[in-house]
Design a protein around this ligand. Sequence first.
Ligand code: SAM
Ligand code: SF4
Length: 329
Amino acid sequence: MIDPFGRTISYLRVSVTDRCDFRCVYCMAEDMTFLPKAEILSLEELDRLCSTFVGLGVRKLRLTGGEPLVRKNIMSLIRSLGRHLDSGALEELTITTNGSQLAKYAQELAEIGVRRVNVSLDTLDPEKFAAITRWGKLDKVMDGLAAAKDAGLDVKINAVALKGVNEDEFDDLIAWCGRDGYDLTLIETMPMGDITGDRTDQYLPLSMVRSRLKDRWTLTDIDYSTGGPARYMRIEETGRRLGFITPLTHNFCESCNRVRLTCTGTLYMCLGQEDAADLRPVLRSSESDEPLIAAIHEAIDRKPKGHDFVIDRRHNRPAVSRHMSVTGG
Ligand code: SAM
Ligand code: SF4
């Protein structure tokens, strides 16, 4: 799959559910309305869709959400998708999770062939953690991280940088990741979906964070890239990677290799744009994969050049109306 700007699409992120056992303040409103179950693709349908993408050249598949590990029987989907790892069609199968269910599933994930997981964790302070996630418990996530380590999974920690909330903690997070052997990626808040509160209050430019971190750590730019919005450095003192995802202050679109699928079968060609292709009716109307393949190609042919996120006082409304939990970030 090659888009109109010559970018090869080899990475599919799939939101397997819009539901979650947390209500992170930057991601969801507390009283979220979730999709009716009837609109959600079955695990078999998700498998068929993902497998069609793999057939079209997707080499990396990431399951996300909502919280992927709260979907009922999710391990049966992951196990089934593992066949593409065994055949060599897929290079990597991975998940982004809040870690709350990882203690239960880490071992099985490793057995299936998952090698790395991204775990979202914004703070090491249990009270702050409870305040940010509204419903989460830090010790459960810590148990999950321990289980991931025991199972031999590589862990990358994702932390959203929040002004006045965790900005005094990045040194501690870096040191902790160094000790426990995790890479760390800091993420700028993105204006997606209505949340309770004001986003301009949360927004912390990572350029500022980076210059502060330089007082304490030796940061060396490295070439490492996943084709996504993260730029990586090595922290010489810990030997671990530190990534910065700065969609608002930098443009990362030229190297974009990914598309995103929601749990209802809607394909978003860009995280920051509304245009999408509804693959569900195509999927359901025919047992043959041909119409589906045609619809996917048609969608890729419309992949836009880039996004246009803005957060400022004049535009204090989401740049994109859907929540991050719809497309999974
Ligand atoms: N529930 C899983 C988790 O938290 O890792 C997967 C889905 S979550 C939507 C994926 C990532 O998006 C998380 O790292 C989360 O912190 C991030 N995220 C959510 N809302 C965001 C926002 N408005 N701006 C930036 N990142 C956001
Ligand atoms: Fe749930 Fe992840 Fe959104 Fe937090 S960031 S509410 S854990 S989907």
